[in-house]
Every structure is written in C-alpha cells, then in structure tokens.
Design a protein around this ligand. Structure first.
Ligand SMILES: [Zn+2]
Ligand SMILES: [Zn+2]
Length: 414
C-alpha cells in the first residue's frame, strides 16, 4: 500500500490516501456522476443496483441481489477465515427537482440525488475495487448497498430479508457526507449521534354547533389550542434538561366557516429523541395530556404514534477504532471527535441495533466544489442545488479499505 498526497482541490494537506485508489479517482468520479444523472427513489433503485452489481462482478466479486427488494451485497473474501465485517452505503435519491445546470444534473424530472447517496455508493465501490485486487486480509468484507434510506427503512428490510444470516459479521460501519464540514475532514461521536424519528396524529372529537351558540358545542378548537400548549411542557417540564427532545406540531386542521364551531380537529407532527427511554416518556405523556385535556372539556381523542427510525447510537469500542482509522487517513487535524449530534434521522440505526458498529460523517466542504451559476441556495443536504463533492471519493474509499483490513487484522474488539 503506497502513500500519496491528496490531489489539488481537496482541503486537508495531511491526508494519507491509498495510491491505487487515487489512480482510480477519475473512474469513480465518472461512476458517481452517472448515478447522479439517473436518480431513483426508494425501492426503485433497479438501474443503480444493476450498475453496482455489474461493477462488482466485473471486478471478480460475487454478488447477493434482492435483499430488501433492490439491495445488493458484494462478498469479498480474503484469506480463509470465519471473521467478517460490513461496510454500508445507501443508493436512493429524493423526490426533488434539481436546480443545478451542470452536465451530470438529474435526467429524471422531480428526482434528485440531493443527499449524496450517489457519492456514498461510489466511495464504497472504490473500496470494493481495491479490496478485490488486494485480498490481504483474513475473512470476508461485505460491501452493502442498501435501498430506501430516505424514510423507507431499507436497512430494516435488508435485515428482515436475512442480511446478517447470509452475511455473518462482527461489526458494521456506515458513513454520510456532511456539508459545512471541511472537505474530507471526518467526524464522529460515541453514543447517540442521530435522533429517532417518529410521527403522531391526534384527532379531537368534540360537538359541532352554530358559532353563535357555543354553549351547545364541545369546541375542538379550544381543546386543540390547550393540548398544543400543554404538550410543549413535556420537553420543558417532564424531560430531564440534559436529554434533548423535539416535539413539533406541523399541521392543525379544523373548521370550514366563520359561523360554525367544527365537530373535530386534527393535529400532526414529529417527535425526535436520542434515547428510547425519553421516547417512551414522550409518547406516554403526549397520550395522557391529550386524553385528560380533552376529558376536561367533555371531548375525546384518538392518538396514533408511529415510530419510524430508532436513534442512531454508536458503540464505544467500534467508535474508538473508527477514530484511529480516520486519524491514519486524514490526519489528527482532520478528525473531529466531538461533532454535534443532529436531530436528523438515519435508518443505519436499525443495523446498529443488531450489530456493534459506528457511523461517521465525512465533510462535504462549503459548496465551492460546484461550478458558478450552479443554481440557487446553499449546498445543504436535501437542497435542490446540492452536489456531492467528488474530491471526497478517494478519501472515503481509503477510509473504508483501511477500516475493513485493519478490523480484520486485529484481534476482535469484543
Ligand atoms: Zn437525506
Ligand atoms: Zn442521506
């Protein structure tokens, strides 16, 4: 494994990247842009999955198809042995109209790779290409390309379809690009790093009446107002001040005229927490406050609470190990040990409930990698002018290779 400096344009001069991967940078850029130009939504990643599988097979890697409908796993065997480690990327795009004008802009109206999953897929392909040619490790590296990260729970589907039975592994690792962090810098935090995402729907059943005869009604508007205010005290009065939690009511629907007290009202929104005990508490208190407030007015409620993604919680030993590898790849200056956890959610959390592992951020830079006149808005995730920064491709691929080979060449962490 030779060492080379990072190519011009990347931000961190102390990087220690893998030379053959740097030689492969142009091809990885081509692949990334091809995926960007042909975005596919959750569970529809048929062409993306086919491209991934075709490349893996071309490079001599056996492929498992159809896990989680469109998921793909490449099985890269090194020296004989029972050890195994998983590296995971996501493949799906978003229902968004791209505002960029560059040559690789989306060819599909209303669909866009605005979260950089095109880059995640290309970085993992870069690692797979190198590992297939350099099988100097014990056991098996599984490169996992999952569908439907954006709300569809593709990670869970792959697990339900037998991912960890067909692919036995000691640990699993994930990575996401992070705009605003220096290009190629890497960051992680042990413990909770991304929040659980949950949705609620409250229907308040009152009694409709003429608005001039409020004494004949049970007014669901007043109940909704009281519940909305009281719910905000759950975070401020029931949650431990050191535990982060969000309760956002995002829609209130009721009524049809100025002279009618409506029959019912509906409130929906989202709850985010970093731990399951806080989530349990939030759900319970929301139910209690809503039903007791409604009862005080003579109304009744139906309350539905849906848990989508659990909190993403990085495991201690695997996070320590990932930190060592990051330092090797981007240097101590490029590693941020204390990135702020985010209230965004990520379905890699399902994988971390099954296997120990760690999920890290790789900086996507400040957006200057894009051409001028690229479109409106900053280069944030889910922004119609976002683009993945191609200078990260060899950085992420080098991290994956060093992580997998390092993991399999050291004694098990547990
Ligand atoms: Zn996203
Ligand atoms: Zn994403």
């Amino acid at each position: 494994m030779t060492v080379a400096m990072v190519p011009p344009g990347a931000a961190i001069p102390t990087m220690n990247l893998i030379d053959p991967i740097l030689q492969f940078h142009d091809e990885l850029t081509r692949i990334r842009r091809e995926i960007h130009a042909h975005p596919e939504l959750a569970y529809e990643e048929v062409k993306t999955a086919e491209l991934v599988a075709r490349k893996l097979e071309e490079w001599g890697i056996p492929v498992i198809r159809g896990l989680g409908k469109t998921g793909v796993v490449g099985v890269i065997k090194g020296r004989p042995g029972t050890r195994g480690v998983g590296l995971r990327a996501d493949m799906d795009a978003l229902p968004l109209q791209e505002h960029n004008g560059f040559a690789h802009k989306s060819r599909h109206d209303g669909r866009m790779h605005a979260c950089g999953h095109d880059g995640h897929t290309a970085m993992l392909l870069g690692a797979a290409h190198h590992l297939a040619k350099n099988r100097d490790f014990d056991g098996t590296v599984y490169v996992i390309f999952q569908p439907a990260e954006e709300g569809g729970g593709g990670a869970k589907q792959m697990i339900d379809d037998g991912l960890f039975v067909q692919c036995p592994m000691e640990a699993i690792f994930g990575m996401h690009n992070w705009p605003g962090m220096a290009a190629g810098a890497m960051g992680v935090v042990a413990g909770p790093m991304m929040a659980s995402s949950n949705e609620f729907e409250l229907t308040i059943h009152g009694k409709g009446s003429h608005a001039a005869q409020p004494h004949m009604a049970i007014d669901p508007v007043m109940v909704a107002v009281q519940v909305a205010q009281s719910w905000q005290t759950i975070v401020s009065r029931n949650a431990n001040p050191l535990d982060a939690a969000v309760l956002s009511i995002t829609q209130i629907h009721t009524g049809s005229a100025t002279n009618i007290i409506p029959d019912s009202a509906q409130m929906v929104g989202t709850v985010r927490t970093f731990t399951l005990p806080v989530l349990d508490m939030m759900e319970q208190r929301m139910r209690e406050v809503a039903s007791h407030t409604a009862a005080a007015f003579g109304a009744r409620v139906e309350f539905e609470f849906r848990r989508n993604y659990p909190p993403l919680i990085n495991h201690g030993p695997e996070t320590e190990f990932a930190l060592q590898v990051m330092k090797e790849v981007v240097g101590s200056d490029g590693v941020k040990k204390d990135v702020q956890p985010t209230m965004g959610a990520e379905d890699f959390a399902f994988m971390l409930l099954e296997k120990p592992g760690c999920y890290v951020f790789i900086g996507n830079g400040d957006g200057l990698h894009r051409e001028s006149g690229h479109g409106l808005g900053p280069c944030n995730l889910h922004n119609p002018s976002y683009d993945f920064n191609d200078s990260l491709l060899p950085v992420g691929a080098s991290y994956w290779v060093r992580l997998a080979t390092g993991f399999l060449s050291r004694p098990p962490l547990r």
